[in-house]
Design a protein. Structure first.
Length: 98
């Protein structure tokens, strides 16, 4: 069964979407931070990486103008969005506040 993007964002667990590009330096900086956040929060969050070069239609739908762009969804609603690199503690605080 193929999961659609809409199904993913409908979750009652917060879903953090990372719109990134392989050529993007800040995206590479953010990758280990996201891994650490996932280790810290475990099942409290789902983290999904979306390569904007391979998923241009999705990036356009969400008007991603720069990478990295992070978006937090829960129950199908976008709760938060920010472009750029965040620290591990700032990112955890955002996720835990929702």
């Amino acid at each position: 069964m193929k999961t659609t993007f809409g199904n993913l964002t409908e979750s009652s667990t917060p879903v953090l979407i990372d719109f990134y590009a392989t050529w993007c330096g800040p995206c590479q900086t953010l990758a280990p931070i996201l891994e650490d956040v996932k280790k810290d929060l475990g099942e409290k969050v789902k983290i999904i990486k979306v390569d904007v070069d391979k998923n241009q239609a999705l990036a356009q739908k969400f008007q991603v103008r720069g990478v990295p762009t992070l978006m937090l969804f829960k129950n199908g609603k976008q709760l938060w969005r920010q472009s750029g690199v965040l620290s591990r503690s700032d990112l955890k605080r955002v996720i835990e506040s929702h």
